[in-house]
Write a protein that binds this ligand. Structure first.
Ligand SMILES: [Zn+2]
Length: 464
């Protein structure tokens, strides 16, 4: 998925679920890097980038390197060639990758449970009701009270979740050799991301309660429309106003690589006249890129890890994929599909909230759906709904990723560059899961399926 969408979805789910998404995790992008088998395409070397190289080198993630002769000697048959690619991953690399990726399943569960526990703690003993009374005194006026309450609740939840966020966003990334940040730098970004989500989440949720008061039982329809508008706004504005807070974007130096990327963009009518590089190496060793833009604009961006550590065929293959997302309108399509998911979530919340409030009113002191003190319950219903909808959401994105892969292969004509880039991603994504596991947990196709697509392209087009 392209990065602006992730940022928007993160901000929204953050606001909706009251769960924390640390800056480092938000910045973590779809593709990972390693120092193995690298053909450096160097730009200006910075201390930060050198540090990223050192971290990647030390991570122990080593793919067996090969040359053009190896590629040319691969079997023509796509399945056999795919297996030869996967056989380049040593057993210890596969084991480490599976451990990191499967640990992510548990992180999803712990985050969900912690969010629910925080909500329960606020509701029990009438703590949420007291927080609402405080917001009433300070805010004076229903909308300001609700925005204050929502911002305070989100901020306190983030604070209580800080140890888990620190473990997930920094310690775990360090342990697996992917973070390049000091804990102080990570905390600075956490503070910035939390502040943004407190302000934006407070405004959005305060607005939602104003809708609930005015629209009554039909609030879920208006809420869906407003949510759709906010998501669109976030997708359009995050690359301009939020992402530059975390990374610096600069034009890529003129040269063959930039010309090759622009040539692909222009071949599929993407209106881009420059290619930008951003300094992701200050946070992570992962490689990533995206093509963002709505309403006829396009920004082609790749990170310095991709630029510096991979060969030109890999860059072309990755950028072909990202251009595919843009050309096939994946961002607007995802917004449309997310609107349906949002409508279902709001409808279920509307249906469930009153009976849940009635049931626990003696302990929470909250009786009405339009009382903002019930927000922890609303967010809990929502986060359980989104957790249960994980396979649906993942299948939506996984399907689009497969489309972008196939588009990118046809555009870049680089099945080997694509396969090589996929092997690097094994650093953080399990290469060869079972079918059910892939259906439930994978927002991108597995390495095996992605390389198989590339090798099918190679076989059909009779490429070396
Ligand atoms: Zn993608």
């Amino acid at each position: 998925m392209t990065r602006p969408w992730i940022a928007a979805a993160a901000a929204l789910t953050l606001a909706m679920s009251g769960l924390s998404t640390p800056a480092a995790a938000q910045a973590a992008a779809p593709h990972a890097a390693s120092a193995a088998a690298s053909t450096p395409t160097t730009n200006a070397t910075t201390d930060q980038a050198a540090k990223a190289d050192a971290v990647a080198q030390a991570s122990g993630f080593k793919i067996r390197p090969v040359d053009d002769a190896w590629r040319a000697a691969l079997p023509r048959n796509a399945e056999a060639a795919t297996q030869a690619y996967l056989d380049r991953l040593p057993a210890d690399v596969q084991a480490k990758s599976a451990a990191y990726w499967e640990g992510g399943y548990w992180m999803q569960l712990w985050n969900l449970l912690l969010g629910l526990a925080i909500a329960a703690a606020f509701l029990a003993g009438r703590r949420a009701a007291r927080l609402r009374d405080w917001a009433q005194r300070v805010g004076r006026g229903a909308v300001r009270r609700d925005m204050l309450f929502a911002g305070a609740y989100l901020g306190l939840s983030e604070l209580i979740s800080l140890p888990l966020s620190l473990y997930q966003g920094w310690w775990r990334e360090q342990a697996y050799g992917m973070s390049t940040q000091t804990v102080v730098a990570w905390f600075g970004e956490w503070l910035m991301a939390t502040s943004i989500s407190v302000v934006l989440g407070g405004l959005a949720l305060g607005g939602l309660y104003a809708l609930i008061r005015r629209a009554g039982e039909r609030w879920w329809i208006w809420g869906t429309a407003a949510g759709m508008g906010l998501m669109t706004l976030m997708v359009a504005l995050a690359p301009v106003f939020i992402e530059p807070l975390f990374n610096t974007y600069k034009p890529v130096e003129d040269g063959p690589l930039k010309r090759a990327v622009l040539q692909m963009a222009h071949a599929v009518s993407v209106p881009a006249d420059d290619v930008y590089v951003f300094d992701a190496s200050r946070q992570t060793t992962r490689i990533s890129a995206n093509v963002s833009g709505l309403f006829g604009s396009a920004a082609v961006r790749l990170n310095d890890n991709l630029l510096r550590r991979t060969s030109e065929p890999e860059v072309r293959a990755v950028m072909g994929h990202e251009l595919g997302h843009y050309v096939m309108n994946h961002i607007p399509k995802t917004l449309a599909l997310m609107t349906l998911v949002l409508a279902a979530g709001f409808f279920i919340a509307q249906a469930a909230l009153q009976s849940l409030l009635d049931r626990f009113a003696h302990r929470t002191g909250v009786r009405r759906v339009d009382d903002v003190a019930g927000l922890p319950l609303l967010l809990s219903v929502f986060s359980v709904f989104f957790a249960l909808a994980t396979p649906i959401n993942n299948t939506i994105t996984r399907t689009q990723e497969t489309e972008a892969d196939r588009f990118g292969l046809a555009l870049s004509h680089e099945p080997h560059g694509f396969a090589e880039a996929q092997l690097r991603l094994v650093e953080y994504r399990k290469a060869d899961p079972g079918a059910v596991e892939e259906f439930v947990f994978f927002h991108h196709p597995s390495t095996r399926h992605r390389i198989l697509d590339a090798m099918r392209y190679r076989e059909a087009m009779n490429l070396p």
